[in-house]
Design a protein around this ligand. Sequence first.
Ligand SMILES: [Zn+2]
Length: 175
Amino acid sequence: MFYKFQREFQNAIFNCGVYKVQIEEAVEEFEVADNTRKKTYHVTFIPDSHDCFCSCKMFESMGILCRHVLFVIKGKFLTEIPEQHILHRWTKDASKKPIFDFCEDFDDHLELLLERLSAFEEEMKPGKENVEQQSKDKHIELFVGSNIVSGGILPPNKSSNKGSGTGKRKKVIKR
Ligand SMILES: [Zn+2]
């Protein structure tokens, strides 16, 4: 990530230029020409908060500021990147903060989970198949009636689906 940022910074210095500026009291808009991509990007800068947005959406997708925003920041003589644009995951403290915030009754949930898991384990032990099959049968019975197939029903006779070969079929004469 450091090298990606370095590349963006280098490009901000050597390959970007301002094409158009529109400065209002609360918002400053820049059209920044990117020489490497031969395209122009729209950068919005809020002087009060130092919030920056670029139409290339690099910060939104990768979490680092793009060359276009860096170019504008340089032009504003800001000596540091605005802190809202430094994501926690790129800082040295990233590993210190827990990734998940556990809820207060986490221990209770964990205990319940363990209880259910051991019950499940018990159920999966060999010798339980019959009990399981019985409960399965009960479920099937509930929906479609008995699952037991009574004897005496034979499969249907096999019928031949090919011609009899007697030659009795009339031939169609085309005219
Ligand atoms: Zn950009």
